[in-house]
Design a protein around this ligand. Structure first.
Ligand code: PLP
Length: 411
């Protein structure tokens, strides 16, 4: 109990997030849906507004001043991302619309070049659909097979099966860093080292990791790392695909169009150098600038400090939730972020979610775009509460009370 009281109150200025200061259904908003998307601090919103009010111009192609300023800011943002994930080269940072597009890019481009009939792609049983379906699609086209690393009843990957599952036919391992349902932090370094010892590249889905963990792509030595801006306090519609230069140079372009070309004739097109080869068309410049601001915001607090604070919230919430009779948790790995999936006895998660919403509490209910996890547990869905740096212990107290109320009303 003593430990609970030691949670430091605020490691940030909550007024940075105006959206939190409102009532929903006549109750003060408690936003526990951060796994789906985080709220944006004012500095990010201001940066986007400033861009459209003063700079808006298409990049890379213009000689005029605004175009040059926009280009400089766009490329400065690329350097910020490089620095944030410690990529070796700036041109290894490719801007996309988000994790989904990043994974589709890799599956399509890597798959077209390197997958052949009978080859295998190894993923895990805890993947988001974004790291299942693109691989299924390319496997179908190429006559390749998807293989799956299972997880145990605690939501821990059965890493001991890796030696069996990585075969001479495996062409790539694509694995989530942190599960969006179970909260499990996977031992990706171990997986990467094991795959590399057999000469196999590894792609990491970092959608749930980048705002909760220090990510160092060189230390990890991953070949690809994908993430979305909107889950790290940046705008929607912007994301990153990091790829090692050696792979990106070997892979064909994903989309064709402006900017990704070197020369076009009707007979033949040659492609631009990295990173532009993978950035066809006009990018979302304002959102890239917003992403840079979000990175600066996270860095101004320190991602390790954020992680530490969220862990305290996780432990506080778990100790209180465990006392609710009939509660069932999904994902209790010792290595876990502040994502809690649970059900209350036989109550349908939608019914509980609806009542919580009436009390001003935003949680996610359903399959969380990870239906294989639901199939494994044989449930229709879960209630998921996921915390961010602006959540508080008082919000958790209110949440627990609300769950008791919902339970009483529905049982
Ligand atoms: N991967 C994981 C683990 C996720 O949690 C999500 C989104 O929830 C995605 C991929 C897809 O991200 P986006 O919808 O931003 O492309």
């Amino acid at each position: 109990m003593k430990k609970l009281l030691q949670i430091q109150q605020m490691i940030y200025n909550r007024s940075d997030f105006k959206i939190l200061d409102q009532k929903v259904n006549n109750k003060p908003l408690i936003y526990f849906d951060n796994g789906a998307t985080t709220q944006k601090p004012q500095v990010v919103i201001d940066a986007i507004t400033h861009y459209y009010e003063t700079i808006n111009s298409n990049i890379h192609r213009g000689v005029h001043s605004l175009s040059q300023i926009a280009t400089e800011q766009f490329e400065a943002a690329r350097r910020s991302v490089q620095n944030y994930i410690n990529a070796k080269h700036t041109h290894e940072v490719i801007f996309t619309r988000g994790t989904t597009e990043s994974i589709n890019l890799i599956a399509s481009s890597f798959g077209r070049e390197f997958l052949n009939p009978g080859d295998e792609v190894l993923i895990s049983e805890m993947e988001h659909h974004a790291n299942i379906v693109p691989w299924q699609m390319i496997c179908e086209q190429k006559g390749a097979k998807l293989r799956v690393i299972p997880f145990d009843e605690n939501g821990v990957l059965q890493i001991e099966l890796l030696d069996q599952l990585i075969t001479s036919k495996t062409k790539i391992v694509a694995i989530t860093h942190i599960s969006n349902v179970l909260g499990t932090i996977n031992p990706i370094k171990l997986i990467i080292d094991k795959a590399h010892s057999k000469g196999i590249p590894v792609m990491i889905d970092g959608a749930q990791a980048v705002s909760h963990e220090k990510v160092d792509v060189q230390a990890l030595d991953c070949d690809f790392y994908c993430f979305s801006g909107h889950k790290m306090y940046a705008p929607m519609g912007i994301g990153v695909m990091y790829g090692k230069e050696e792979w990106l140079n070997k892979m064909p372009p994903y989309q064709g169009g402006g900017e990704m070309i070197s020369q076009v004739t009707f007979e033949k097109t040659t492609y631009n150098e990295l990173p532009f080869k993978f950035e066809a068309g006009t990018p979302s410049v304002g959102d890239v600038i917003g992403l840079q601001k979000a990175i600066e915001y996270i860095q101004s607090i320190g991602v390790e400090k954020i992680a530490e604070y969220e862990h305290q919230l996780l432990h506080y919430a778990m100790q209180k939730l465990e006392q609710i009779p009939g509660i069932q948790f999904y994902g209790v790995s010792p290595q876990k972020v502040a994502v809690i999936s649970f059900n209350l006895g036989t109550l349908h998660p939608y019914d509980v979610g609806f009542l919580l919403d009436q009390m001003g509490i935003a949680v996610r209910t359903g399959h969380h775009c990870a239906q294989p996890i639901m199939q494994k547990f044989q449930i229709p869905g879960t209630i998921r509460a996921s915390f961010a740096l602006y959540n508080t212990k008082e919000e958790i107290d209110f949440f627990i009370e609300a769950l008791h109320k919902a339970k009483m009303m529905l049982e």
